[in-house]
Design a protein around this ligand. Structure first.
Ligand SMILES: [Mg+2]
Length: 377
């Protein structure tokens, strides 16, 4: 059994240009964990910025790595509890939680590979053979005609759920101008027809109050949103309740949350229809599973918000497969370095759906030479 013990831990900060965001530079930090027998598991933290990516590597290299050496990767949830309890001062969110998220994801991958089982089986079993895909794009808010053509094209490619949000130009992003916001929603609906679901995502910092959110949700009602995302700050519990009472439009938030207790607050508020979450940010596969279960118990759905690398997408796919209450898994519709280059078997949409994988671990094959081309620090 000695060959199952963890022998090596490495953190790799990556930089890439995202074609789905007009080529803008983004960052992630991957964690690679190798057993003495040579099995390898991979995890991801969706760090976003250069500084956070390097800081996450420091937390792994100087802190968690030596505590993992010699441990059995199948003790993944025990390690998760120990790491978050012993970092209560510096953690419970932020960079330490990025590190725990990536480590936890890598441990689930490694545990599955050692056991010869897909992660969804370790999570309790597969409840579905496929998960509905949502194409997820950033709006070109300055070009409504182009935006309409883009949504019509995505629908014709097979997507039955289509989301847009924010804006390539943040100064005119979705959420900043009521007239333009309504025009965008109308354009989306007209582009895809009645036979598709549409979702809009309000830019962070738009500053909507509950009253404004109610006004906007009512203006959007004729166009039948699948959900309205991030209409209010996550902490505005009273605002979410007012919004819920004033509109029939489903409400979603969660991408700014880090920890299980934070998500419990969102679920307990009762105003949300959909909680969105990323294992590469919110305490790994272990933390995300707990949030999914909280939401399921409360009668809420969850969205696999995944918009980063193939590892977060793969982890989300297994969590979705094992859960009773997933709505969709978000995909970047255009090929992207982190989705298509760093693995040899990227996760793709087929006829509007994503097929669940039964191969061991996370079920994606990392191309290490490709990963190392993106390492910047
Ligand atoms: Mg969002």
């Amino acid at each position: 059994m000695k060959e199952e013990r963890i022998a090596r831990v490495e953190a790799l900060p990556l930089r890439y240009a995202e074609p789905n965001n007009n080529g803008k530079t983004r960052h992630v930090t991957l964690v690679r964990i190798e057993s003495a027998g040579g099995a390898v598991g991979w995890g991801e933290a969706i760090t976003g910025s250069e500084d956070a990516s390097i800081a996450t590597r420091v937390i792994v290299d100087r802190g968690f790595a030596e505590r993992l050496i010699g441990r059995n990767p199948q003790d993944v949830e025990a390690i998760w509890s120990e790491f978050r309890e012993t970092t209560y001062w510096s953690g419970n969110g932020g960079i330490v939680t990025f590190a725990i998220s990536a480590i936890d994801m890598a441990l689930w991958d490694l545990a599955g590979r050692i056991a010869g089982l897909p992660v969804h089986r370790l999570l309790g079993g597969k409840r579905r053979e496929r998960v509905r895909a949502a194409s997820s794009i950033i709006f070109d808010t300055g070009n409504l005609d182009g935006l309409g053509r883009q949504f019509a094209d995505l629908k014709s490619r097979g997507y039955g759920v289509l989301k847009g949000g924010w804006g390539h130009d943040l100064s005119i992003a979705f959420g900043r101008d009521p007239k333009r916001d309504v025009a965008i929603v109308r354009t989306m609906r007209e582009a895809v027809g009645d036979d598709a679901e549409i979702i809009v995502d309000v830019v962070a910092g738009a500053g909507w109050t509950a009253s404004h959110a109610i006004t906007m949700a009512r203006a959007f009602e004729p166009y039948r949103l699948y959900w309205l995302e991030d209409a209010l700050p996550e902490g505005d519990a009273a605002g979410w309740q007012r919004l819920r009472e004033a509109t029939a439009t489903p409400l979603c938030t969660g991408e700014k949350g880090w920890t299980v207790p934070h998500f419990r607050g969102l679920v307990d508020n009762g105003a949300l229809d959909v909680v969105m979450i990323d294992p590469g940010r919110a305490e790994g596969v272990t933390g995300t599973k707990k949030v999914i279960d909280l939401a399921a118990d409360a009668g809420a759905s969850w969205n696999a918000h995944s918009w980063s690398s193939a590892l977060n997408t793969a982890a989300s796919l297994h969590l979705a497969a094992a859960s009773p209450n997933v709505l969709v898994l978000e995909l970047k519709p255009e090929p992207s370095p982190m989705q298509n280059d760093i693995v040899t078997d990227p996760i793709v949409m087929q006829d509007g759906w994503i097929v669940v994988r039964d191969t061991p671990g996370l079920g994606v094959t990392v191309d290490e030479a490709s990963v190392r081309k993106y390492v910047f620090a």
